[in-house]
Design a protein around this ligand. Structure first.
Ligand code: PRX
Length: 667
């Protein structure tokens, strides 16, 4: 585990208790109550989960909770349901039907000084979902087919996910920050038959040319039969269907997401598919330790149930909450905690299109004030960026509507936690740190607000159904306050079911390192009080500004450049981003290691993967340090990147001269 991690938080011992008022109104009011619930979920999973499953609107209720043939779980196997019904139709005939499901704010500020705001009630969202579901069916998309979604932060992203779910199609959302090549790889890997994209999106005052990338990707995806385009830009929205088809000529059938010629969907075309509990709901690609991203597959009922339960308990939702999650729909947080969790709870969810600090550093606080957000869920990197710009920005706004704050995605350093608590939460809002992964599907470790104290920097205690432990290299459990590997014992309802098209990789990656348990890839310790303290990834995955990036992916993008002979990517601690990405590169003969080449190579990675993966530093090297068996010694590179003296054993290093030369290299 990295000793130089800037978030080694062992000296932090402060505790923050929820106020009596918060506790009195909370769903779970004490540690004892929490522990009783958690214990039951672990000791009697069959009873606990079957009871909880009554929360889902089944076409046919299940009679059994779990079938477990390690490492394959089936939850609620004989139940039949539909995810879009669980998020929408279930509220028909209740007051929630007329309540706002989504309040969306666009990034650009109009001439009147106001942004565009769109509110969709549950009834309106349902109507849009039915319309798109019918359109997909008319295009010949069937249950089980994969549909790629490549959109910005617009309500249509939620509509698209739910429309796929409605017809039983499997969605795969590709983050709008990914480049054409990354989109192409994902569409090809899952064999998507349709793509839902948009002309462009607004971000930090610029235009993200989604359609251009989609067009480049689609031309190399033979399985793709249809492209559906949401027209975001006013000028494009005015295009009639023919002009539109000409403007966006592609081999595939191209249709507009909504068009004046659209007929209302027939009852038959908009009807929800009745799918078994284990029917695949979505594939979401995430980085692992090889160059090829993994298609994490989630199925329907278990995912729905555990996201609903955790949204309700962790955010302690009340009828009149206005819940604001700043994550992008392209990542798991946008699936679990913008779409499926909150909508199943009937809550109003606030969604923002743009950058939190555009056009000014107080944009996020302006949004909180304008809409009276009550719950805010964001990432430590964003908080650290706000700290840098100064507390005068949030202080300009009335943030008194907030009653609960959350963080996700990376370890939060106590200083950032304390700032968030004081400046944003006015010292009155509990903060829930939430540890989880694309693979877990739902929050696994947190401090249930109202029930337990928070300790700044600690992710907290296990959520219902999760049994985390810390183990040593040999798989044996370590003593309290000793660092080790974080594992999860046993299956849980929202766990990934496999890696799309590669069950061997699923088994090898998650269920073989330590026998009979799920390996998270994170390092952590558990304190004397049972709280978990996450140190960070211990595999070849980096967490850069909350984005999960595989070092192998960056290396493979780098070596695809014709001038590069070899590349090694490593992380370096960074005050703002948590980790920064540094690449060591050796060039092929005949190429100059100069600034122009450095810029070309950095651009190349941005083009292959996406701008968010552009390395923060690049060092040219005549050779990389290797063991005698030819393995790159990453540990040495990490030390070099961090500016640390090389610690530990270098006796297996083949040529000490390589190390000396690298020390002299500049970024
Ligand atoms: O290293 C952990 C870190 O993010 C990883 C999962 O990344 P991803 O699948 O992209 O999902 C991010 C959103 C859930 C984990 O293995 N991580 C996530 N949340 C936390 C965290 N590290 C520390 N504290 C957290 N609260």
């Amino acid at each position: 585990m990295s000793e130089g991690n800037i978030f080694s938080v062992s000296k932090e011992s402060r505790r923050f208790s929820p106020s009596d008022e918060f506790r009195a109104a909370a769903r779970v009011k004490s540690r004892e109550e929490y522990e009783a619930l958690h214990r039951r979920s672990i000791d009697d999973p069959e009873g606990f989960w079957l009871e909880q499953a009554a929360q889902l609107p089944w076409f046919k209720a299940p009679t059994k909770a779990l079938s477990w043939a390690e490492p394959h779980a089936k939850w609620f196997e004989d139940g039949v349901l539909n995810a879009s019904v669980a998020c929408l139709d279930r509220f028909q005939g209740t007051p929630t039907w007329q309540k706002a499901a989504l309040i969306w704010e666009g990034e650009p500020i109009g001439n009147d000084g106001e942004p565009e705001v769109v509110t969709l009630t549950y009834a309106q969202l349902h109507a849009r979902v039915c319309k798109l579901a019918a359109k997909l069916r008319n295009l010949g998309v069937h249950a089980g087919d994969r549909v790629a979604i490549y959109l910005g932060m617009v309500p249509e992203a939620v509509v698209a996910m739910l429309a796929c779910a409605r017809i039983g199609a499997v969605h795969t959302v590709v983050f709008g920050g990914f480049a054409a090549e990354a989109l192409r790889d994902r569409i090809q890997d899952c064999g998507a038959v349709a793509l839902i994209t948009q002309d462009m999106s607004y971000r930090r005052g610029g235009e993200v040319k989604l359609f251009e990338a989609a067009r480049a990707a689609a031309s190399q995806c033979p399985t793709l039969r249809s492209v559906i385009v949401h027209l975001r830009k006013r000028e494009n929205a005015a295009l009639d269907d023919d002009a539109f088809a000409r403007a966006f000529a592609l081999e595939q059938t191209v249709v507009r997401l909504t068009s004046a010629n659209d007929l209302p969907p027939t009852r038959e075309h908009a009807a929800p598919a009745e799918v078994p509990a284990e029917h695949p709901l979505f594939v979401l690609y995430t980085s692992g330790s090889t160059g090829k991203p993994k298609g994490v597959l989630h199925s329907t009922a278990g995912f729905l149930l555990q996201t609903q339960l955790s949204t309700r308990y962790v955010f302690d939702l009340k009828e009149d909450d206005l819940y604001f999650c700043t994550a992008d729909v392209g990542w798991i947080t946008g699936h679990s905690y913008i779409t499926y969790g909150p909508l199943q709870c009937g809550v109003t969810c606030l969604m923002f299109e743009g950058a939190p600090n555009y056009p000014k550093p107080d944009r996020l606080w302006e949004i909180v004030e304008r809409h009276h957000a009550t719950v805010l869920y964001t990432a430590p990197t964003a908080i650290r960026a706000f700290i840098r710009t100064g507390e005068e920005w949030p202080k300009k706004h009335d943030l008194s509507s907030l009653r609960l704050l959350g963080t996700v995605g990376e370890p939060i350093n106590p200083e950032a936690w304390l700032w968030y608590h004081r400046v944003i939460g006015g010292e009155r809002c509990p903060i829930v740190d939430t540890w989880w992964q694309t693979e877990t599907g739902s929050i696994a470790i947190t401090t249930l607000p109202g029930a337990v104290d928070a300790k700044p920097g600690s992710a907290g205690l296990p959520m219902f159904g999760y049994a985390p432990r810390i183990v040593a290299e040999d798989g044996t459990e370590v003593a309290r306050n000793t660092g080790g590997k974080l594992i999860l014992a046993g299956p849980w309802p929202s766990m990934l079911r496999t890696v799309w098209g590669d069950d061997e990789r699923y088994k090898a990656q998650y269920w073989s390192e330590v026998p009979h348990v799920y390996t998270t890839g994170d390092g952590a310790r558990q304190d004397e009080d049972g709280y978990f303290w996450i140190v960070g990834r211990i595999d070849d995955v980096l967490n850069v500004a909350g984005h999960r990036i595989g070092t192998a992916e960056v290396e493979s993008a780098m070596v695809s450049h014709p001038a590069v002979a070899e590349a090694a990517a490593v992380g370096r601690p960074d005050d703002l981003k948590g980790q920064a990405l540094v690449v060591f590169v050796t060039l092929k003969g005949g190429h100059e290691p100069d600034d122009a080449m450095r810029a070309r190579l950095l651009d190349h990675v941005a083009k292959e993967i996406g701008k968010f993966a552009r390395p923060d530093g690049l060092r040219f090297a005549a050779a990389l340090p290797k063991t005698r068996s030819g393995k790159i010694m990453r540990r040495l590179l990490k030390d070099l990147a961090a500016g640390r003296e090389t610690k530990g054993d270098t006796t297996t290093l083949e040529d000490l001269g390589v190390l000396a030369a690298l020390r002299g290299a500049e970024e």
